[in-house]
Design a protein around this ligand. Structure first.
Ligand code: GLU
Length: 376
């Protein structure tokens, strides 16, 4: 049963595994770490664990903390090199803090630092899943952050919102709670008169995206509402509920579960785990443009054949994720290509009987098989 009310987050049966993401602005204040606040949150996490629910923490704050120590300008976000240096310094303090505070409740913290690629590559993704499962079975509380010191611009999540959603997917969590400095999603800029918080969102539609305001960004982290909605989309596709709530108050988890203050994004459908992984991938290597006949066939559940392709964009290898788009550029599906880009281009528009001569070997049954495809 998917979670349909925020109070379900406190229910062991509905929510056996909860991912809690803590934003930088909550953890780091003007005078450094907000230890007292974090102690309060950790006490709540201990309460969740006492109800026999499992918890994974995704903690931001390494860059903000390290920047303060190294006295770097712009909170350490002035350049990639600054962010990497700041994260290296801040992460030690951050994990020490979590280990210390969780330890005071008899809980063992386990640090995992991940890059985007760890969750994009199928083999590494499954590895992360196995490690998390083992840690949870052993009773530890995984505390996860992006490995900012080695992640470069091109291969970064950059925000822990999407990281939290991907971690939830890898760990097959029931829900994600994004704690930040805003109560939830508002229908317009929250400071505008008449702004209303939306309690439940069914589907992150273009209208929902339009509500997100970049100005809801605190400046300390890198998220803002835009990345929270992207996280909600990943979760939605993976069949996981996601809640955006304000962590600035006392007992922020109880504020969500008991007072119901927050925005709940309902999962859309329960895609198979592999398809969910595919659909949540962020780094597509190219696109296959298809004609209207092929587009219609895809929507009916068919595989993509070379005959229906009109153009190939990007450079990709066999097995790489690509977007399947129509002539107007609308994304119809994501899938794994059976051919590299050059081969795709060579067989574009060709019937299967014509392909062997071009390829020099017997063609595969399709360019993107429907089992390796997720419709958007
Ligand atoms: N990984 C970053 C850090 O620890 C935070 C990313 C974010 O702001 O979401 O500082």
């Amino acid at each position: 049963m998917p979670i349909t009310r925020v109070s379900d987050l406190a229910d062991k049966a509905q929510c056996p595994l909860l991912v809690i993401k803590v934003g930088s602005a909550l953890l780091v204040g003007r005078d450094g770490v907000r230890r007292e606040w974090l102690a309060g949150l950790v006490a709540e996490i201990a309460g969740v664990r006492a109800r026999a629910q499992q918890v994974i923490v995704v903690s931001s704050g390494a860059i903000a903390l390290g920047a303060a120590t190294l006295r770097l300008e712009k909170g350490g976000r002035g350049s990639l090199a600054d962010a990497q240096a700041a994260a290296a310094v801040g992460q030690i303090a951050l994990s020490g803090l979590w280990a210390d505070l969780l330890g005071s409740h008899g809980l063992t913290a386990a640090q995992i630092l991940l890059t985007l690629e760890d969750l994009e590559d199928r083999r590494r993704y499954l590895n992360v899943t196995a490690t998390l499962t083992r840690l949870l079975d052993a009773g530890a509380v995984p505390v996860i952050n992006e490995n900012d010191s080695v992640a470069t611009n091109e291969i970064r999540f950059g925000d822990n919102d999407r990281l939290a959603a991907r971690v939830a997917q890898a760990a097959q969590a029931s829900a994600v709670l994004l704690l930040s400095d805003i109560d939830g999603l508002y229908d317009r800029h929250p400071k505008e008169p008449g702004a209303r918080m939306i309690p439940v969102v069914e589907g992150v539609t273009p209208e929902v995206h339009a509500m997100a305001s970049a100005e809801s960004n605190s400046g300390l982290g890198s998220g803002g509402m835009v990345s929270k909605l992207q996280a909600a989309e990943i979760a939605e596709l993976a069949g996981i509920s996601l809640v955006i709530a304000n962590g600035q108050h006392d007992r922020p988890i109880a504020r969500v579960t008991e007072q119901g203050i927050g925005t709940l994004f309902l999962p859309r459908r329960k895609a198979g785990a592999r398809k969910a992984w595919l659909g949540g991938r962020l780094r597509l290597k190219g696109s296959l443009v298809v004609d209207p006949g092929a587009a219609a066939a895809l929507l009916r559940g068919s595989s993509l054949l070379a005959k229906g392709i009109t153009a190939v964009e990007g450079v990709f290898e066999r097995g790489d994720p690509v977007a399947i788009i129509d002539a107007e550029g609308r994304v119809l599906a994501h899938g794994l290509s059976e051919y590299d880009a050059a081969e795709c281009a060579a067989i574009t528009g060709l019937h299967s009987t014509e392909q062997a001569a071009v390829l020099g070997y017997a063609p595969r049954s399709s360019v993107v098989h429907r089992d390796q495809m997720v419709l958007k």
